[in-house]
Design a protein around this ligand. Structure first.
Ligand SMILES: [Zn+2]
Length: 130
């Protein structure tokens, strides 16, 4: 890891989210889908946030999405961008935009997932220009 990379803390992993992090370690992005109402959601939950059903299942996501909104933190030792990215599958996830020109980011821009190593846990999904 280069000194220009930010150190990323390990994400919290619990029984509800473990499949998500196991998939991330394999380079795959998952979202949760409810088989009762058909809605998809993120962050992964056992109970559907739309209808309250426990009939949720894991779905392979394409890893593609668009920037819904973002903020660039330029005063940090290493500037970075936090964003909401709307996945092609529907859910919007809070994430970081990485490996791209922070001055060139724009709302609606196409992005794709990349997995970034963490200090002591599974890699976390972040996004870069598609
Ligand atoms: Zn539901």
């Amino acid at each position: 890891m280069s000194p220009r990379e930010r150190t990323i803390p390990a994400p919290p992993v619990n029984p509800e989210t473990r499949p998500f992090w196991d998939a991330a370690a394999a380079g795959k992005l998952l979202v949760k889908r409810c088989t009762a109402c058909g809605e998809r959601h993120h962050y992964p939950r056992a109970i559907c946030p739309f209808c309250g059903s426990d009939r949720t299942e894991w779905l392979d996501a394409s890893g593609r999405g668009t920037i819904y909104s973002f903020s660039v933190f330029r005063r940090a030792p290493i500037p970075y961008a936090i964003a909401y990215v709307t996945l092609a599958e529907g859910p919007t996830m809070m994430t970081n935009l990485v490996d791209c020109d922070l001055d060139a980011l724009r709302i609606g821009q196409a992005v794709r997932v990349v997995f970034k190593p963490t200090e002591d846990g599974p890699p976390v999904p972040m996004f870069t220009a598609a």
